[in-house]
Design a protein around this ligand. Sequence first.
Ligand code: ZN
Ligand code: FE
Length: 255
Amino acid sequence: MALDIRQIPVLKDNFIYLAREPKSGAVAVVDPAVAGPVLETADRLGWKITHILNTHHHGDHVGGNMEIKEATGCTIVGPGHDPDRIPGMDVQVKDGDTYDLGQSRAQVFFVPGHTSGHIAYWFKDSDALFCGDTMFSIGCGRLFEGTPQQMWTSLSRLRALPPQTQIYCAHEYTESNIRFAVSVDPNNAALRRREAEVKSLRAAGKYSVPSTLGEERAANPFLRADAPELAAAIGMAGRSPVEVFAEVRARKDKF
Ligand code: ZN
Ligand code: FE
């Protein structure tokens, strides 16, 4: 069954997601940075939280774990690739595993790069990807614990999902990502379209997330490290995708 997904903005620019599987009534919280707004939103909707799904161990993704677990008795699912850093983890999932939220099945991808244990959850029947801090709209996570090769491999795997996949990432970073992206990929028409779209969304007080994977493939420079025109635009024609990716990521770190 397709999930009913709600977006909760918290802290400066984080998104927490609530996802309800309507047949069973199972409700998952994805990456609860904090507990209060999650419990309030679930209450208001009349939804009973049964699960937490964590993508990685950073505080702005697991900070609400224990309080939500204490309040609801929910099951905490997280990366088996990172067994010691997820507070209260009950179920460890790894690359290639599936996890059933009621009648909705998530496929798990191990996507190291931002952290060494990061995973993503793909709910195929809902066209929903919860990718934490691996992919952002027009960006990707910083390489705190991984190499450019690892992150490029991770992003390449996510990029291969269907184009209609909705990218439920964990931060509203899109405007600043676009300011950087146009500096490395100035002639990309899809990026310029996204720039205009995001400008009007944000001016209207709306979120730029989720986007679709199809849009990201065309406009996100971190998914385009194997595009000859991007390599040429940064003076790296003929270099490998990993080298181009590493250079774009390094420029973003200094931008
Ligand atoms: Zn993070
Ligand atoms: Fe984060």
